[in-house]
Design a protein around this ligand. Sequence first.
Ligand code: PMP
Length: 428
Amino acid sequence: TRELTAKREALLGASYRLFYRNPVHVVRGQGAYLWDASGRKYLDVYNNVPSVGHAHPAVVAAVSAQMATLNTHTRYLHGSVLAYAEDLLSTLPGELDQIMFMCTGSEANDLAIRVARAYTGGTGIILTSEAYHGNTELTSAHSPALGSSQPLDPAARLVSPPDGYRADWAADGSVGQWFAARVQEQIDAMREQGVPFAGLLIDSVFSSDGVFTGEPGMLAPAFDVVHRNGGVVIADEVQPGFARTGDAFWGFGRHGVVPDIVTMGKPMGAGMPISGMAAKREVLEAFSLKVPYFNTFGGNPVSIAAAQAVLDTIRGEALQERARTVGAELRASLTALADRFDVIGDVRGAGQFTGLELVTSRSTKQPATALALDVIEGMRERGVLTSVAGPSGNILKLRPTLAFQSGDIDWLMESLTDALVQALETRP
Ligand code: PMP
């Protein structure tokens, strides 16, 4: 492991970051589990890319068969991309009736920002304060999570996420109203500064901000504010999409809202690089009737075969329903554990997307950053892989593959409990 780590740094440069003080060298995956080079088994509680489970046989078979038949760039006619487009659009609100394909979430958001600007004639995009939306020049400039060395787009403005645990929302009536008021403030500020408003770009579960799934309907007031002010809402579904939140196929679906543009990626092809940007026809046409778009690999037959197999598997194995029930079971266990540990400040989530916020004490709510790091290292030592989110890195992000079942909860809970006990002993 030490040799590979050194070689990686020497060959790939300093920008890449590995997880863990002692990085995991994985060589094989199956369902909810991973194995390292020494044959040790791990429970994967973080990986949303192999969405339907590692090495799912339906995805493996579809990709292998298509690779053995044809793979090509995307400027020939091919039926499968159209069949998939129809199938996928049927999971979205009817107003979103066109979709374009690319390879990464970054490309999807990059295009979405261009489309939003073309449709509205504006430039200003509102983002949440720890959001990550991609690695291109445009999306990096709309990703405050990258820190102060990455300059933000001059027209971008930040709002705090709808943090029901910390935000002082009581005077606004609900955290959703509170969030909408913050969005309105930034629209007003843009107007005063002569920046024409284009829209709001949000991850509908606020993954990097710290996992704020909120009550169903929470996002409706903010969507209303954006639309009343002539902007568009881009829902970045790269993390919440594809059945993860349990109640709905898309993260925004829990809130009864219709975005103007929806971007998606990570879980879409269970590891094959495929992403998409769906939009309302009139929104997309403001861009597409003027600007040609070509993406060599975006929506190629092999990636589409993987994506179709993912969609079929989510339905065939009722994975949305499993995400809903198993996720609720997990949060019930975590909530029960909070009776034992005052450092568990909050347990929140929807479906298989859970945030566990660690604090130095429940009364002060001070983020327990070092403790959270010790806990994820301790869980790794016990074979359970996860990570942290939020501006202080004190929120455990539990986001397993959808192959994670009730029977996996015990291992997760045992490792978490033991890691907490050990971390609190060494760091009282
Ligand atoms: N949006 C969100 C919410 C993400 O989490 C990510 C990746 N972490 C991206 C966009 C970018 O996706 P990709 O890495 O596939 O370009």
